[in-house]
Design a binder for this molecule. Structure first.
Ligand SMILES: [Zn+2]
Length: 68
């Protein structure tokens, strides 16, 4: 079942539509406080055929402070 909420449905380079979903844990956490532990794991979309990482996002973008 294709998940249409993600921006990548097909990897153009290898032509595969077999897209996988993954989460990165541990030290790659992106925090919204400079020295804080609270943060978001990175969510990944990857090609299950060749392993290319196609897209990444944080789960709760509204919790991060704006730049300006
Ligand atoms: Zn691929």
């Amino acid at each position: 079942m294709r998940n249409t909420q993600f921006p990548v449905q097909r990897y153009q380079y290898c032509g595969s539509e077999d897209i996988g979903l993954g989460w990165q844990h541990g030290e790659a956490l992106i925090t919204f406080k400079k020295h804080g532990l609270l943060g978001n794991r990175l969510q990944y979309l990857l090609c299950r055929s060749c392993g290319a990482v196609l897209y990444q996002r944080v789960a709760e973008p509204h919790r991060f402070p704006p730049v300006k």
